[in-house]
Design a protein around this ligand. Sequence first.
Ligand code: NAI
Length: 330
Amino acid sequence: MKVTFFGIQPYDKLSFNTMNEGFGFDIEYHNSLLNAKTVSLAQQSDVICIFVNDVADEEAIKGLSEAGVKLIALRCAGFNNVDLDAARKYKIQIVRVPAYSPHAVAEHAVALMLSLNRKIHRAYWRTRDGNFSLHGLLGFDMFGKTAGIIGTGRIAKVLIHILHGFGMNILANDLHPDPYFAEQEGIRYVALDEIYSQSDIISLHCPLTEQTHHMINKEAIDKMKEGVMIINTGRGQLINTETLIDGLKKKKIGAAGLDVYEEEAHYFYKDTSDKIISDDVLARLLSFNNVILTSHQGFFTREALENIARTTLQNIKDYENNIPLVNEVK
Ligand code: NAI
């Protein structure tokens, strides 16, 4: 069975090649992201494999169908970049990797929180330059502070457990609250307004949907505490970045840790260090000393890469063997 990979990076290739020794698929790798223009690379493939910044919109899916593709294997959890109606229309099935390491992303969210709070990113450069002053590096105890967690799925549950270790109070919000988890962890599910008004740190862990698109907008930010820290390891479009910048300029937002960005597909996973950044919003974000931006690397641990490769190739194997697809996106 021929499987064509889009948007491949050297580390993906290494982990998939190693895992494929046990599967034996005929794999073709491409650096290009999938979109309507690159779809022809999938000619004569039964399956394509894509990641977070590939675009499987209706035009691309129509092209994939014409090329003979029957299955799109996402090597990630989120599927907001796939037009599911178009996939149904062209009879292409979708599989994903629902959980490869919730620990990886939760721990990255904590890394962003701690770095921003204790200004580690600034201290690192200071001491290397012989500047041992503490001016401007004042942080706060996490103990006793309130974290507002939006979306309490796999990643958020790990995060909540870690934050409890710091002695933080947890407020949570979810479309489908989990009362058993709430009782076990001693957390409260509350309305978004209470998350906004009571939290010292707000961390986003819900999927990108019509409902959550730009959920962090001016109205939401206006309700937040002065100096709130916002962490986003979910999807860039959960936040209206221009209003985030406005909040940062007005000091309403005290810090932002962003592993995702609305227009990340143009930049993330590429080395553009010998070019200038033409995206003014991104450039402004990068100018704040209380913003840490990472390039969608929350998932990037050895354990997660191995799990991604194993589950993706098993999903394809199940499709080949015509057995029920446990990780199908309907
Ligand atoms: P999950 O599916 O286990 O949990 C998502 C939770 O969000 C569910 O409990 C769901 O009920 C809730 N939810 C859905 N709509 C909501 C809404 N409107 N308001 C409040 N809650 C809502 O997902 P998981 O594995 O915890 O991942 C969360 C998100 O993290 C993914 O959707 C993905 O976008 C992102 N992600 C980011 C990674 C990174 O490298 N930065 C890696 C993996 C996932």
